[in-house]
Design a protein around this ligand. Structure first.
Ligand code: RB5
Length: 155
């Protein structure tokens, strides 16, 4: 299953992506249905998308104007590795190397072949191996924020 959500800037892009995934018979859950064109703030959308990604242990797509604001907010949530991608290569590599679980897209950008980018994100597996060690270090930084033990103390 893919979780998807957008702020007001991304409503049209989100609809197109949902239709694309439905057409490909990929389960998709739209977790934001704001009708208002201005009132939904990207940190709220980030929280809603990421809570669902964690609940269903699946991938997510989060959309704001640039993809940047929402990615900053998503990455504040424990267990989330969110990446703004503007091309297929970024989408592939962030799954393969970073085990990214949320793809952030900018609705106001001109992204070529956005569906191919999404295919790449969804279909690429995390490579593990040495990349697992690095992702574990990201988790360790995350945990150090919670338990008050500075990550740098162990370097
Ligand atoms: C909303 O105008 C805009 O700030 C938001 O969509 C996003 O681009 C923030 O990073």
């Amino acid at each position: 299953m893919i979780i998807i959500g957008s702020d007001h800037t991304g409503i049209e892009l989100k609809k197109k992506i949902v239709s694309y995934l439905v057409e490909k018979e990929i389960a998709v859950k739209d977790v934001t249905n704001f009708k208002d064109q201005s009132g939904d703030d990207y940190p709220d959308i980030a929280y809603i998308v990421c809570s669902n990604v964690k609940k269903y242990n699946c991938l997510g797509i989060a959309i704001c104007g640039t993809g940047i604001g929402i990615s900053i907010a998503c990455n504040k949530i424990n267990g989330i590795r969110a990446a703004v991608c503007t091309d297929k290569y970024m989408a592939k590599m962030t799954r393969q190397d970073n085990d990214a679980n949320v793809l952030c897209l900018g609705s106001r950008l001109e992204i070529k072949n956005v569906f191919e980018l999404i295919d790449e994100f969804i279909n690429t597996e995390f490579a593990g191996g040495r990349h697992q060690r690095r992702v574990d270090k990201i988790t360790k930084i995350e945990m150090s924020q919670k338990d008050g033990v500075e990550y740098g103390d162990s370097l």
